[in-house]
Ligand binder design. Sequence first.
Ligand code: HEC
Length: 179
Amino acid sequence: MGGEFYKVWGAALIALTVALAIGIGINEVTHSEHLEENAYKVNVPEGGAPTAAVAEKKVIEPITPLLASADVAAGEKAFKRCATCHSFEKGGPNKVGPNLYNVVGNQVGTVPGFAYSNALKAKGGQWGYDQLNAFLAKPKEWVPGTKMNFAGIKKSQDRANLIAFLRQHADTPLPIPGQ
Ligand code: HEC
């Protein structure tokens, strides 16, 4: 026996050592894979990169690029929302609001015989396309204290159509920039 015994034990020990070595090896591999995975996860920003959508919402889209293709007939229809308070024909009466003939390009708050708010009179300047666009988007934000009781027109194309319609009701329609 003797020698055989040690041979068997030797073989068993070698087998055990190899098995342990493999075991440790496997452990290390899976362990390092875990680490890699974790490290990778940490590097990924959660919820993706922040977008500027919230900040952009408040900015009023410029309408001059939309004016060229504006739909005047749609603008005339949209004017029904204004017609309770405004006339647009030449020589039309002031109602709750002033007559809007010639308004595009006109000085702000200067229609004869209309009692404007101090806020609008103080605003001054000219009703250019940008000013009308900003005013019609949110009247009370552009002229705080205005007595025009109107929430505003949300869609840029709707404002463009309406302004294109108003523009035609003038002795000399204000040129559209870039045309
Ligand atoms: C509820 C009545 C009312 C409605 C609806 C209304 N407005 Fe007015 N609007 C007014 C009044 C009142 C003023 C004078 C504001 C002031 O003096 O602060 C005014 C002023 C204006 C002015 C300035 C005119 C100037 O001579 O400086 C413009 C432009 C205008 N409105 C356009 C419109 C358009 C376009 C619409 C429709 C989308 C509209 N308004 C809807 C009552 C109204």
